[in-house]
Design a protein around this ligand. Structure first.
Ligand code: ADX
Ligand code: SF4
Length: 278
């Protein structure tokens, strides 16, 4: 187990609420809600999510076209929170873009950083580019998954920009709302966190039409041929007709291309992760 730390994204007092894990009926409630909302618009889904969870929910923003989530949140008129995992390896354009988004929406992004000692240990022993040699899992675990785990420990729900069309191999079954199969929320235990994917059923091209229609500023990398955007050493532009996922961890097998943030999508891995292997 990870040591208890006071660096989650909510004040310590809020983390001391009485433990209360989602009951079986509640899991079924969310399955029911998922069915009900399956044909709802992203705006309706976002509104429902923010209404239900208030200050205990936050948008996970990667600095790409998932800015649509922030635009939808703004359109609901409700208060909302945004967090980003700063891996230390993002493109300069992405850092600039974070600043631009903060200004445009008048918000502060709640950045999560990797544990300094863990990053040091990794790069001192294996160098800065170990992922090209032995796969991205180890580096992603230190730079993304553990910081995410910490962030989620301070929440009861999170909102992601996952879409079915992003990865036929791993995301074709993403539902608009689900009990998170992998991560724990404020109350502890699997089942204590709800995961919302308001754009699960939306096509990439419709996201882009929406961003243009609303005049939303976008990451400068998109005009250089990037579609899916992650860390600089692990992301490249794609050619016309190439799938967006080919721009991520291109030296690895297509079905392994989840960094761990959405590992519940990989069925065989979910159990291992639940058992604390990550
Ligand atoms: S990844 O798992 O391959 O890196 P992807 O880039 O497709 O994920 O993004 C899917 C969603 O995961 C994003 O819309 C966002 O909600 C979340 N996400 C990915 N990377 C980050 C990040 N660095 N910080 C916060 N959320 C992220
Ligand atoms: Fe490390 Fe690449 Fe994963 Fe970023 S995407 S955390 S650089 S392996």
């Amino acid at each position: 187990a990870e040591p208890k730390r006071n660096d989650s994204i909510v004040p310590l007092a809020a983390t001391m609420a009485a433990p209360e894990v989602l009951e079986k009926e509640e899991v079924e409630d969310f399955q029911h809600l998922a069915k009900e909302l399956d044909s709802a618009s992203p705006l309706e889904i976002m509104d429902k999510a923010l209404e239900k969870f208030g200050d205990d929910i936050a948008i996970a923003f990667s600095g790409a076209e998932d800015v649509a989530l922030i635009e939808y949140a703004k359109l609901t008129g409700r208060p909302f929170r945004v967090f980003s995992l700063d891996t230390g390896r993002l493109n300069p354009e992405t850092y600039r873009y974070f600043g631009e988004v903060e200004k445009h929406y008048g918000i502060r992004i709640e950045y999560m950083f990797p544990d300094a000692v863990e990053v040091q240990a990794l790069v001192r022993s294996k160098g800065l580019f170990s992922f090209y040699e032995d796969g991205h899992q180890e580096c992603c675990r230190v730079r993304k998954v553990r910081p995410l785990r910490r962030a989620l420990k301070g929440l009861r729900a999170w909102i992601t920009g996952q879409r079915k069309d992003q990865s036929p191999g791993t995301r074709s079954e993403v539902s608009v709302v689900q009990v998170d199969p992998v991560f724990e929320g404020l109350d502890g235990g699997i089942g204590s966190l709800v995961k919302w994917n308001p754009v699960a059923n939306v096509d990439g091209k419709d996201i882009w039409n929406f961003l243009r229609a609303m005049n939303v500023p976008v990451n400068g990398l998109h005009s250089q041929g990037y579609v899916s955007i992650g860390c600089e050493p692990c992301t490249r532009p794609v050619l016309p007709g190439q799938h967006e996922r080919e721009g991520r961890w291109w030296w690895e097998d297509a079905k392994a291309k989840e960094c761990g943030l959405h590992k519940g999508n990989l069925k065989e891995d979910a159990a291992a992760q639940v058992n604390g292997n990550v």
